[in-house]
Design a protein around this ligand. Structure first.
Ligand code: HEM
Length: 504
């Protein structure tokens, strides 16, 4: 029996019969629209409805935590995206509904990528920073967006499959990118009628000329090939006893005596694809936002460089031992995550039972949108939220505690679905940024008359992330530092495994 009785839904826009608010809701920059809507409705929890689907929008971190953290037993499912399921997108457990398959894949992920084993991932991040990111920025700085992407994706692939990755243009990147781009285009909500009318899914496969079926087979094959091939290589390497430690090899070993081995193997293969997907776009966006912030605020860049130099010194590169002694850099990284929230609309959750919150009725099957952008741009908590100002997070050289911390709250989601890779993301974010600041000045590119090209920070809503609009800049080795010598020292050292950059 419903608890609804005479309860009201959260404040809402008035809509039309049947279609509800469908035509009032924007497809792009929805997080800004909902931030404005909060002012109109005077509430940080709101209700909208599109074609019968209820949405609860939450603009406040406390409310999000009350519901998604504290009542996570009923707030942890995901909405179904029929086209995404057809192309095999449900192999990414980020999109699986709450249930056993999701639980099993997430458990496998957390067994390998636990906080306890962070030092292993830190070592990998350090290695890729020093042997891929920094040399690439040194040699061809103008291609920095490509270097950042290859750095993050290479590291993710190495963590997952343990296969050697080339420093540039590894064939695995192309195959994964190709599959992902195809999947992203197809999964754009509303591109195919099946997303709006899921019953179309029941048209038998033999009926000719159904575009969504044809396209979905094509894309499914691409995804299966991209994720299947490296998985098979790891299995072969394990048989020959030459596999490196990775998520796939350790998980296959862990479950080898499982009576349901075949099921576990398929979960491991699917969960592996998730790491690449989870890590790549998000971490790349955070790093690009950092570069943009440093470019347009040279005075803050200088201050952070001074701090890094004073702790790390002139003749070596940063490592993880200095992390806690760099509070100003930490404040900058918090501000980067706040200024341009990486996943501004959050990833939607779905309720599996009806609920009541502060007298408002929350229907079962509601899509819950934790509006990260609104939480991190709350004017009361963060005055002038559009201004990049790391001083919000630090006072007299000490990190302040009575402020919402974007490294802990909102950025990485909520409750049982919160990002299980946040510790790896933050470690990568730290080591990449500290190393860049230590070795390079990020400065404006010059035009044909040798005048600095002015860059205005702008961000594009890609559907999932908020990506800085393309911009140019230069990475100039810092004066007084022997950047080339420091990098050469790393290449000569035998601490690192050079096979990392052999051909795949
Ligand atoms: C700056 C970097 C990153 C950001 C901002 C980010 C953010 C997020 C967010 C917002 C979610 C959804 C949380 C929710 O539903 O409440 C998520 C889920 C997830 N992330 Fe991340 N993430 C980042 C990096 C990573 C990395 C490096 C990995 C892997 C090593 C990763 C793996 C995952 C996985 C597996 C999920 C799915 C969790 C589930 O549905 O149970 N993420 N992430």
């Amino acid at each position: 029996r419903s608890v609804r009785r005479s309860l009201l839904l959260p404040p809402s826009l008035s809509g039309w019969p049947i279609v509800g608010n469908t035509f009032q809701l924007p497809l792009k920059y929805a997080y800004m629209f909902y931030q404005d809507l909060e002012k109109k409705l005077g509430s940080k929890i709101m209700y909208v409805e599109a074609l019968g689907q209820p949405f609860i929008v939450i603009n406040d971190a406390r409310i999000a935590s009350e519901l998604l953290d504290k009542r996570s037993a009923i707030y942890s499912s995901r909405p179904r995206l029929p086209m995404f399921e057809l192309i095999g997108g449900n192999q990414f457990f980020v999109l699986l509904p709450y249930g056993d398959e999701w639980r099993n894949q997430r458990r496998m992920f957390q067994q390998h990528f636990s906080k306890r084993s962070l030092p292993r991932e830190q070592e990998k991040a350090l290695e890729f920073t020093r042997k891929a990111l920094l040399p690439n920025l040194y040699k061809t700085p103008q291609s920095f967006p490509e270097h950042i992407k290859e750095y993050v994706c290479g590291m993710a692939l190495s963590m997952v499959y343990g296969l050697p990755i080339k420093r540039n243009h590894d064939p695995l990147f192309a195959s994964f990118d190709d599959a992902f781009n195809a999947a992203l285009v197809m999964a754009t909500p509303g591109k195919y009628l099946v997303d709006i009318f899921p019953f179309l899914n029941y048209i038998p496969d033999w009926v000719p000329g159904i575009p969504f079926k044809r396209d979905s087979w094509w894309c499914r094959e691409k995804l299966a090939k991209a994720f299947g091939e490296p998985f098979k290589v790891v299995q072969k390497n394990m048989e020959e006893d030459v596999a490196s430690e990775s998520f796939v090899s350790t998980s296959l070993e862990r479950y080898k005596n499982d009576p349901d081995y075949e099921v576990s193997e398929s979960y491991i293969r699917k969960a592996a694809s998730q790491v690449y997907e989870g890590a790549s776009g998000t971490t790349v966006v955070a790093l690009k936002t950092f570069i943009l912030a440093m470019l347009v605020h040279p005075e803050l860049q200088r201050k952070a460089q001074e701090e890094v130099d004073s702790v790390v010194g002139q003749d070596r590169l940063p490592d993880f031992s200095q992390r806690s002694r760099l509070p100003y850099l930490t404040a900058i990284l918090k501000e980067v995550l706040r200024w341009n929230p990486t996943v501004p609309s959050g990833v939607p959750h779905m309720t599996t039972a009806e609920d009541v919150y502060e007298g408002y009725y929350i229907p079962r099957g509601s899509m819950i949108l934790p509006n990260t952008y609104a939480m991190l741009h709350d004017e009361e908590m963060f005055p002038n939220p559009k201004v990049f100002n790391p001083d919000r997070f630090i006072k007299d050289g000490v990190l302040v505690e009575d402020i919402l911390d974007p490294m802990v709250t909102a950025t990485f989601g909520f409750g049982r679905r919160a990002c299980p890779g946040s510790h790896i993301a933050l470690a990568t974010f730290y080591i990449a940024t500290a190393s860049i600041l230590s070795l390079f000045d990020i400065s404006p590119e010059l035009d044909e008359n040798n005048n600095p090209i002015e860059v205005k920070p702008e961000f594009i809503d890609t559907g999932l992330t908020s990506e800085p609009s393309p911009f140019q800049c230069k990475f100039i080795p810092r004066s007084g530092k022997d950047a080339g010598g420091l990098l050469a020292g790393i290449w000569m050292s035998n601490i690192f495994d050079f096979s990392l950059y052999t051909e795949y």
